[in-house]
Design a protein around this ligand. Structure first.
Ligand code: DGY
Length: 323
């Protein structure tokens, strides 16, 4: 008998079809939003769940779903998983690393360019019919080439951004991370390790690529923003909650920071109204990994994790070692 799984969100039909070869699948192609109670109800009798980083898997859900054995996230980030509760409950978590690294680094760079060079703001100006004549200082922004790029969080995506910056744009790259990279990787990325304070002070542009956890909650708040140059740009492609959005909006409004590019938000898909009211922010709806081939590769990898765990007893991207 095929084990039952729940696919919690809409998915590529081809990937759903692949899953149906191995599993009895309940899907959500209408992409309905479920409450925690509805998710628990849907999970009754299910061996596995295919999630997309929005579904919270915590002790309460695990206690109510004793048959659950695996949660496969179609995302590299997994802050929706309480991994320690999952380990205790004997539930495996998996994610989709590597396949999205270069696409996400591309987007980080795109958002940096759009923010520093005021692309969204100038397009809004043009589209609203305000462009009547050219002016010497019209939408003059900050340079990318030759400037100092500071990267907070130097995993695979951070390294991809560093390579683009150093090799493509002649930027000086500094980084801060929980642990320092080895010398060969630092040389490859042409990146210099610095303390967090120096990182913030030296940044012409700061890009955040660190994972969200209790430890990284509000890693960038009022105190950190106060250390930055008023001409600096901040880009967040990591997770909402790493930046204190209220403090950021206040710094931007007060001219203590030049601009921000944000792909992720505290409490998304809600966006703080103070951010929406500002002209000097570029806002995108959590799309850093959204190229068609990469989203398909992520979808396939999450499916592969479920299939491998059922057919071989081993997932490809295990995040924990369940009891
Ligand atoms: C990821 O893979 O973590 C992206 O942010 C999509 O959730």
């Amino acid at each position: 008998m095929k084990p039952k799984i729940l696919v919690a969100r809409a998915l590529f039909p081809e990937v759903l079809e692949r899953l149906q070869h191995t599993f009895e699948v309940e899907s959500n192609q209408l992409d309905e939003s479920w409450t925690a109670a509805q998710l628990i109800a849907k999970l009754q009798g299910k061996w596995g769940i295919y999630t997309m980083a929005g579904e919270r898997i915590d002790a309460a859900l695990l206690a109510a779903c004793p048959q659950l054995k695996i949660c496969a996230n179609m995302a590299v980030g997994y802050n929706n998983f309480d991994l320690s509760a999952m380990s205790t409950a004997g539930v495996l978590g998996t994610n989709t690393p590597d396949v999205l690294t270069e696409t996400t680094a591309d987007f980080g760079f795109a958002l940096l360019m759009a923010t520093a060079r005021r692309i969204s703001e100038s397009e809004r100006f043009l589209r609203s019919g305000q462009w009547k004549k050219w002016r010497y200082d019209m939408f003059a922004g900050a340079d990318i080439h030759g400037s100092t790029l500071a990267i907070l969080g130097m995993g695979r995506i951070g390294q991809g951004i560093a390579r683009r910056a150093a090799l493509g744009f002649g930027m000086k790259v500094v980084y801060h991370n929980r642990s320092r990279l080895d010398a060969a990787t630092e040389a490859q990325c042409q990146a210099r390790y610095v303390g967090k304070e120096e990182l913030l002070q030296s940044a012409d542009h700061l890009v955040l690529v660190l994972p969200y956890s209790a430890a990284s909650h509000h890693a960038i708040g009022g105190a950190e923003l106060a250390l930055m140059k008023p001409t600096a740009t901040l880009v967040n492609i990591a997770r909402g909650g790493i930046v204190d959005d209220v403090a950021l909006a206040a710094a931007l409004a007060a001219g203590k920071l030049a601009a921000a590019g944000l792909d992720v938000f505290e409490g998304e898909p809600e966006v703080h109204p103070d951010l929406l009211a500002l002209r000097n922010v570029v806002l995108t709806p959590h799309i850093a990994s959204a190229s068609v081939p990469t989203r398909r590769a992520m979808a396939d990898l999450a499916a592969d994790n479920l299939i491998a765990f059922w057919t071989q007893g081993r997932a490809l991207n295990a995040l924990n070692a369940p009891a």
